[in-house]
Design a protein around this ligand. Sequence first.
Ligand code: GLN
Ligand code: ZN
Length: 539
Amino acid sequence: MSATPTACCGTCRFEGVGLDFTGRVHGDELSPTVHEHGGRHNAQFIADQGGLDDQWLFAGIVDGRNVWINHLEHSLDALEGLRRETGQLVVSTSSSLLHTPIDLDAEPADGDADLDDELRHWMAFAVQKVGEVATLAKGVGEGREAIADELEANERALDDRRDSHRTRNDEVRTRIEGLDEEHDRRSSPFEERKPAQRGQLDLPALFPSTTIGSFPQTDEIRDARKHLREGKIDWLAYKKEMEADIERVIRFQEEIGLDVLVHGEPERNDMVQYFGEQMEGYVFTENAWVQSYGSRCVRPPIIFGDVLRPSQMTVDWITYAQSLTERPVKGMLTGPVTMLEWSYVRDDQPRSETCRQLALAIRDEVADLEAAGVKIIQVDEPAMREGLPLRRDRWDEYLSWAIHSFRLSTAGVKDETMIQTHMCYSDFGDIMDHIQAMDADVLLIEAARSRMELLHDWERTGYANDIGPGVYDIHSPRVPPTEEMADLLRAAARVLRPEQLWVNPDCGLKTRAWPETDASLRNMVEAAKQLREELVPAS
Ligand code: GLN
Ligand code: ZN
């Protein structure tokens, strides 16, 4: 079979086209392998585009970005619909398999493994997905009888998953049904909350300084975690080491004069894994590594069932840190959208639903921190922008549930409790109004890396609540001079009101070493002091 190159616009010629039929491109919440009508929808789509004459169609029907088995029956329906539109059909994955772990069979199968047999039956990694592609191709080419055994096994696995009590938790579902509009709204507007918060915190009126949360993850910290895992030290010894690090971090921050302190997050292996490990509905793998960026690899946790937080996750660490100092120590949590974006998410219910469950789990932790006397709680959402659908006309839909989830996780607190959030890794200029709608009391946002490009956006849109545009890039060991950071603050103060500005780095310091952390933060605190002297409060 040979295809004749066809012109599309007169300039370019193509012999085939590969399309993602899993619905992700459209921002659909459920993939067509879950949708009953996927098949018809896709065929209609091709017909609407004018059809394919003699081009090859690479039909990306096996999701290349998740870890779940394909619904073979639905995929076959879809593929048969597509075959009516083109004579030259190739069964394919929806994307490269870069985003899925290599082989499910590489996971230990013994009784202790986290990933037990039941869960395993619901999953497919890259090797298994290639198998699904081959099965589907055979099914389309030779008829369904040729893959009868595979179809039956697939049907059984899907039924088991649907009926398993492990994917559903009635307590969580009842709670979600009981939510009303009040639940994602703070009881007073920001203008009333701010004086209430400042009244109980002894902060400078202008340019209070803080950090994003993590301090250097030293070799000692990593070794302690490794030794705990290997059973060389017990939990108490581990806890002692972490507490020693927390004390060091607290003393350092006091010494250099930071205003709002952090405990430094030494106990966290990763900002998502740490929380996922303490929630129900999550499972972890041993070998399922995927590339994050560059040479950095991660093992994303897997959300397979309803998410629930059985008990407190952070309160002991934060109250320990607070017991060491008179200055306020922030509670530090990962937000629901980031928990979702950096995990493999179950595909048997809309992502928005899973995100809401995560939001409730975080909300409970926020409530416990507040009850323990923590006055400032930071809920990080660095991945807020990552979930945006490719199609712009679907942005609002995503943003509305993403913002709702963040608000649900934070809105349960009193006026006096200050909610901070942190965002990084992206340009946020075009979603600034949505970020405003998150209604955090303080937004700590990466800005120095792009030399404060965001200032142009704020010039246009303004920003109502308090805000800390990052004054130094933490991605290199370079120590920024005081004057450089003071200049960035001056630039920010020309566009935003000086009263609303905070002083902080672009992101957490866990990948940095102590020498540059020490020097950079001293310079940063100095820059804040300079600006306080230059600009007198308006009131
Ligand atoms: N609080 C986290 C930290 O400081 C935030 C990390 C992030 O934004 N990725 O490490
Ligand atoms: Zn960050």
